[in-house]
Design a protein around this ligand. Structure first.
Ligand code: HSE
Length: 429
């Protein structure tokens, strides 16, 4: 074993960074044996240097992250500060000064992944980011390496634990969105400002990263259609139950049409209770990957939290350190397929539409005609009437999102349609 240690700079020492530092210390001997050389924490960049950090030598702590990555003797920079800047500049500087990078930064990878990969390649260094998607669950490496010889057709999953906790609560207790969110906040699952989670931004960034790798193409956050889950109601869950379904916030990336393009989307959807994703409870994540030769694979586990995310970071650190020792680099960006990302209109799926209508002769026929005019075939219709008004639930066969949008637009124009109470896609059948 080499005795000269590989030097690691840690950028950020919050929930994830402090766990990375702890495991580097407590598992030092095992890590050294697995890598073939000791790994040494050479510096820790933080915002608040006065904070007491158990197990971290105060002499390693600095507020000058730029100076740390510019030192020239750093082999690997571990970036766990998150956000776009200063993370982006620090990573670029790290490559310029000869370091490889391990990052957990989904927002940055989803926005600037191509440029970061190009910088890594230019300097002959590694960029690894298993921790950016679904915490401890191995997804990036299976897609990049284990499935490199297969053809992935679809990635479908629950990649946000906060929203899965909220939806699971609504499902199991009949609670409304706000009540379930309040509980998630009280238990520490939801942040004080839950926007990134509940509006689907977090899941959309992860979907962009997964789609890019799965389909060997460039997919950015802006390419991902996104709907949050704040409008999901207790009534939606009752409807879902009547259909033998539950509701999940899903990230879905798939080949579109004849396979010449792809789509990537995040939105709440009904899925049958028999689908494996329906039994993903609490704050857990799970991702289904469907490919030509392997068939269906499911990856399941804790998608967030200091320790699970640190596990993914440490796995990358070991891989990158091994590469440093052997003078190799791991797989870089694979975007040769360059498939364009189609808009949401081209997505084909089933829909559950709940309408408030007048309960009088001919209304059902009128509604059915609108569906027919837009080429959307109805699978089932359920009606419940009371005092001249009725609630009409229509479930369609597969149709394009564009056709469904046209249908809904026309339905809204009917005098007999008082309102469109909800529209939900039905997936996983
Ligand atoms: N906030 C995310 C979640 C974890 O709830 O899953 C970090 O991406």
């Amino acid at each position: 074993m080499r005795t000269r240690p590989l030097k690691v700079a840690l950028l950020g020492c919050g929930v994830v960074g402090s766990e990375v530092a702890r495991i580097m210390t407590t598992h030092a001997d095992d890590l050294a044996a697995r890598i073939g050389a000791p790994v040494e924490l050479a510096g820790v960049a933080v915002r608040r240097p006065s904070k007491v950090r158990e197990g971290i030598d105060p002499g390693l702590v600095t507020t000058d992250a730029t100076a740390l990555v510019k030192r020239g003797d750093i082999d690997v920079v571990v970036e766990v500060i998150g956000g776009i800047e200063p993370a982006r500049s620090l990573i670029a500087t790290a490559f310029e000064h000869g370091a490889s990078v391990v990052s957990a930064n989904k927002a940055l990878l989803a926005q600037d992944g191509a440029a970061l990969h190009a910088a890594a390649e230019e300097h002959g260094r590694d960029l690894y980011y298993e921790a950016a998607v679904a915490g401890a669950i191995p997804l990036i490496r299976p897609l990049r390496e284990s499935l490199a010889g297969d053809k992935v057709n679809r990635v479908l999953g629950i990649v946000n634990g906060t929203t899965n906790f909220i939806l699971d609560k609504m499902d199991s207790t009949g609670a409304g969105y706000q009540e379930a969110l309040d509980e998630a906040t009280a238990l520490g699952y939801a942040e004080a400002d839950p926007t990134a989670d509940v509006e689907g931004f977090d899941a959309a960034a992860k979907a962009a990263i997964l789609a890019g790798i799965a389909f060997h193409s460039r997919v950015r956050l802006d390419d991902v259609y996104r709907e949050g889950m704040t409008e999901v109601t207790a009534a939606d869950f009752r409807s879902a139950k009547e259909m033998g379904c539950t509701i999940k916030l899903l990230a879905i990336c798939e080949r579109a049409g004849d396979g010449g393009s792809i789509t990537a989307r995040v939105h709440p959807a009904m899925i049958p209770l028999t689908h494996p994703l329906a039994s993903v409870r609490g704050a857990y994540n799970a991702v289904f990957v469907e490919s030509d030769a392997s068939g269906q694979l499911m990856f399941y586990g804790p998608g967030a939290g200091g320790s699970p995310t640190a596990s993914a970071v440490l796995g990358d650190l070991v891989a990158v350190c091994r590469n440093r020792l052997s003078g190799a680099t791991g797989p870089g960006e694979s975007a040769y397929a360059a498939l364009p990302v189609s808009g949401m209109g081209e997505v084909v799926t089933r829909y559950h539409i709940s309408l408030d209508v007048a309960d009088k002769p001919g209304v059902l026929a009128q509604v059915a005609t609108v569906f027919a005019e837009h080429g959307v075939s109805i699978d089932t219709v359920r009606q419940q009437g009371k005092d001249g008004e009725a609630s009409l639930v229509v479930v369609t066969h597969r149709a394009s999102d564009a056709s469904l949008s046209g249908t809904v637009e026309s339905l809204r124009k009917l005098d007999t349609v008082r309102g469109v109470a909800s529209i939900m896609r039905v997936e996983g059948e």
